[in-house]
Design a binder for this molecule. Structure first.
Ligand code: ZN
Ligand code: ZN
Length: 364
């Protein structure tokens, strides 16, 4: 980790005419530096890379981020930043516009204008967007290994939770049990708040676990993931608490076919919208036309949702090494829904699926 990523960032900075970038997003900070502390800023210039953090983290920062010059922020981050900016002769400073608050921007502007501050008076602030995120879209082998571990934890959790899916069990109990299992098996935490959406609630694409008790005949959508080594997994399975109805079977088979079609067709060179169409065109050809109410999937890595977005209007060309979810769903309001989601690594002539939990229609 480290030097190659910083070099890649510098190449992108050069393309966008950025001489210095202040990195504030925690995932970007970790990606570039390896620093896992929860407070710190990176300042990357064409020749140097600084990690500015506070005293709690100095020792950790030196150990985790050997490619960075570690700077103690002291009493005031802005004062210290001003010193470094002045020493390095930085005239234009780019901020990650998607990650800094209005408050931070205003304070930097005020400091630039303040004659007593040490930020250069002619410093120009400029917005930057997606520089590090763009690099993060293509995963290195080591990152894929961590994503695989995170995916394995989710697979194991799905198998484990099946015996808890019974009439009377509360959605929140199931979510808690799932998350506890993943922690015990080595996850740092859940990747996101676990979705357990049962019965009519299964038609809510993001039905967070609530206090509903499962009932006979329910469709139950479970969407969850583990955080491992900083990387997230994302898995959805839908099961039925028997008895199953012909309509539930038909719905399940339709989503399953759409999902398999997408996984079979996913490969480098496709546009994101073409990947989305692999599943969508099939669903649109059935009675469920118009019920696939979201995009096919999203990139996943240090963030649970990151680039590339797979949806009907995205022109992004998929590249080998991207890790995306493939998660078609069909939702019938007031009645129920089915979603099936796997994670896959895009490869030159296909994809490698990272999640392996059972996808047959499980009637419990
Ligand atoms: Zn999911
Ligand atoms: Zn997802």
């Amino acid at each position: 980790m480290g030097q190659a990523r910083i070099s890649n960032l510098r190449r992108r900075m050069q393309e966008e005419n950025i001489e210095a970038l202040l990195v504030s997003a925690p995932e970007n900070r970790f990606y570039l530096s390896g620093f896992t502390g929860d407070e710190g800023w990176l300042l990357v210039t064409s020749g140097k890379a600084f990690l500015i953090t506070d005293r709690r983290f100095l020792e950790q920062a030196a150990a985790e981020a050997p490619n960075f010059i570690i700077v103690d922020r002291g009493d005031s981050f802005l004062a210290r930043l001003g010193e470094v900016v002045a020493e390095e002769g930085i005239r234009i400073l780019a901020l990650e516009e998607d990650h800094v608050t209005f408050n931070f921007y205003r304070r930097v502007m005020e400091a630039v204008a303040d004659p007593k501050s040490n930020l250069p008076k002619n410093l120009i602030l400029k917005p930057a967007s997606g520089l590090v995120e763009g690099l993060r879209e293509i995963k290195e082998e080591g990152e894929i290994q961590l994503l695989r571990r995170a995916a394995n934890l989710a697979d194991a959790a799905f198998e484990y939770i099946l015996s808890f899916l019974k009439p009377g069990a509360l959605e929140i109990e199931i979510a808690a049990e799932l998350e506890y299992f993943m922690r015990r098996k080595g996850a740092e935490g859940p990747a996101f708040p676990t979705i357990v959406a049962s019965g009519p609630r299964s038609s809510l694409p993001h039905g967070r676990a609530g206090k509903r008790a499962l009932q006979k005949g329910d469709l139950v959508v479970l969407d969850f993931g583990a955080l491992f080594g900083g990387y997230n997994s994302d898995l959805t399975r839908t099961v039925v608490l028997g008895p199953v109805t012909p309509e539930q079977t038909r719905l399940y088979r339709t989503v399953r076919t759409a999902q398999e079609l997408a996984l079979q067709g996913l490969k480098a060179g496709l546009k994101a919208r073409e990947a989305d169409a692999l599943a969508r065109n099939y669903i649109e050809s059935t009675d469920y036309a118009g019920r696939f109410a979201h995009g096919l999937g999203h990139g996943v890595g240090l963030s649970i949702h990151e680039g590339p977005t797979l949806s009907h209007n995205r022109e992004t060309i998929l590249q080998a090494g991207m890790v995306v979810t493939v998660e078609p769903g069909i939702y019938l309001p007031g009645w129920g829904g089915v979603r099936i989601e796997d994670m896959a690594v895009v490869e030159e002539d296909g994809c490698a699926i990272l999640t392996h939990a059972d996808k047959s229609l499980l009637v419990l």
